[in-house]
Design a protein around this ligand. Structure first.
Ligand code: KIV
Ligand code: ZN
Length: 523
């Protein structure tokens, strides 16, 4: 490829641009909303991970979205900062203003191109869509030279029309062309063919980067992404932990490790610092309250666990027998035994660093250290996962409701009774309540301290590590109207962990309420 990209200059033929859309496609899916502080934290961590482009949000969707894209553009160095826009003047203006402070900023404009979407969603003739493609790209170029255009539902678009659309986008200033498999319908061979076709047939195709964006409705997002690379795509759109609309997007950690582990086949390079992948995945899980499943590739708890005797024997003789990449290469540390009750603050800080926690405030480190000391009194051995669980609890920013203390009485002879102290917007509240068991009593007490309409939709408890002295990790899902949020909490005391999880969920609900739901995406 010989052209100069406006943001990246000359790009080697085997360099894959990693476009992370965790904060846009990922964040817009139910239960995954983040507040401004959380988005900034994610964006800084994504920059340290080495992503090339951060899609920071959809500025026209709400004031909150505009502000978070702007703050990320103004404060996060390294990656290109991108804002999404429909082919409409007010969207493009909002995106242009939001990315203005970025050293390198991109506008990503899109419109649907499939017969189904044009007829039922847009209610537009193909010729009108072509006009809007021309408008969207020309208008975006008024704000930045780095313009991406997406054919929404591109994989279900008629090939001849898709070629005309792409040609129009390029002729009007697009420098990246993204073909999404919006509904996760395509198969890998189809995806590969779309890109080879576009590169062969469209005039100007050698002057742009082709990009792939795949949803996981049939579990094919990563496979389709790799197939698109074989067809000539050089930008991959993906999200941490594969979060995103419905079944999610292609998981960043999976595509990156597939390219790296199978370098023999793809011969491609990314700029990702792979040892940061696990920390990144955990940061997102902490912020959103959604853990990945244990068998999740790369970052799941079992991804490098070898249970069967035959496998363990093989691993001891030669790791390559059952491991295709080293656990360390994606951030797993080999020792999990860590601290005890005599460990001091310096050892605790060292451990945080080794676990990939950076940029924590002094207040968070101190609060986490205090909780570690209490835990170490209960539990002789404190494992890495214990440390992660309590730091994750303490590192949530901007929480309006905070647990101060919780006292509990119960057993076979007495009704469960709790005395609860919380702070709401800095104001102390003290309540007591009884209930049908300790968890019920705690949740009622929270309802008295902070009255709300939300109902409990899910309550589940798991152990963080092995043993009867293990910390409990609780997940609470709250529902209020159409809003659904998950909260998590951990503690050596199961009831306290339930209280933390409930309060975490409540805080997330408050963020959603103030932010409002994004507008409809139709043009
Ligand atoms: O899935 C999709 O089509 C999208 C576009 C807005 C790129 O997310
Ligand atoms: Zn998408």
């Amino acid at each position: 490829m010989s052209f100069q990209h406006p943001s990246f200059g000359h790009i080697a033929d085997n360099r894959i641009i990693i476009f992370d859309t965790t904060l846009r496609d990922g964040e817009q899916s139910p239960g995954f909303s983040m507040n401004l502080g959380e988005k900034l934290r994610m964006a800084h961590a994504l920059a340290a991970l080495g992503v090339d482009v951060i899609e920071a949000g959809f500025p026209a969707a709400s004031e909150g979205d505009f502000e978070s894209v702007k703050q990320i553009a103004d404060n996060v160095d390294g990656p290109v900062i991108c804002g999404l826009a429909r082919s409409a003047p007010k969207d493009i203006e909002a995106a242009g203003k939001a990315i203005k402070g970025a050293r390198r900023g991109r506008i990503h404009n899109f419109i649907s191109t499939s017969p189904l979407h044009m007829k039922y969603k847009l209610r537009m003739e193909p010729e009108r869509v072509l006009e809007l493609i021309a408008f969207g790209n020309k208008e975006s170029r008024r704000y930045t030279d780095d313009v991406e255009w997406s054919a929404e539902d591109g994989s279900r678009t008629e090939p001849d029309f898709l070629c005309r659309c792409v040609e129009t986008a390029i002729a009007n200033g697009a420098t990246t062309i993204n073909i999404p498999d919006t509904v996760g319908f395509a198969t890998p061979d189809e995806m590969e063919r779309i890109f080879t076709m576009l590169k062969e047939r469209v005039p100007g195709a050698d002057q742009v980067i082709f990009s792939t964006h795949n949803h996981n409705d049939l579990g094919l997002a990563v496979g389709n992404t790799l197939a698109a690379v074989e067809g000539g795509a050089r930008q991959i759109e993906c999200t941490i932990n594969g979060i995103g609309e419905r079944a999610g997007n292609a998981a960043l950690e999976e595509v990156v490790m597939a390219l790296r582990t199978r370098h023999d086949r793809y011969g491609m390079e990314t700029g990702i610092e792979t040892p940061r992948l696990l920390g990144m995945s955990r940061l997102l899980a902490t912020i959103t309250g959604f853990d990945v499943q244990p068998n999740k590739a790369i970052v799941g708890r079992n991804a490098f666990a070898h249970e069967s005797g035959i496998h363990q024997d093989g691993i001891l003789k030669h790791a390559g027998t059952y491991e295709i990449m080293t656990p360390e290469s994606v951030g797993w540390t080999s020792t999990s035994l860590v601290l005890g009750k005599h460990s001091g603050r310096a050892a605790f800080r060292d451990k945080l660093k080794a676990l990939g926690y950076e940029g924590l405030t002094e207040e968070t480190v101190n609060a986490a250290f205090q909780r570690f000391k209490t835990l170490a009194d209960h539990k002789k051995i404190v494992f890495d996962d214990d440390v992660r669980a309590l730091v994750d609890d303490e590192s949530r920013d901007h929480e309006r409701v905070r647990l101060t203390s919780l006292e509990l009485q119960g057993g076979t002879q007495h009704a469960a009774q709790v005395v609860l102290d919380v702070e709401v917007d800095g104001e102390a509240r003290h309540v007591s309540s009884t209930g049908n068991g300790p968890v019920d009593a705690v949740f009622r007490a929270i309802g008295e301290a902070f009255p709300h309409e939300a109902t409990l939709a899910l309550f589940s408890v798991a152990n963080v590590t092995e043993g009867t002295d293990a910390q409990a990790r609780t997940t609470v899902r709250l529902q209020e109207g159409g809003r659904l949020v998950d909260g998590q909490g951990s503690d050596a005391d199961t009831v306290v962990s339930a209280a933390r999880a409930y309060i975490h969920a409540l805080n997330k609900l408050l963020v959603k309420r103030t932010r409002g739901e994004p507008e409809e995406l139709s043009v």
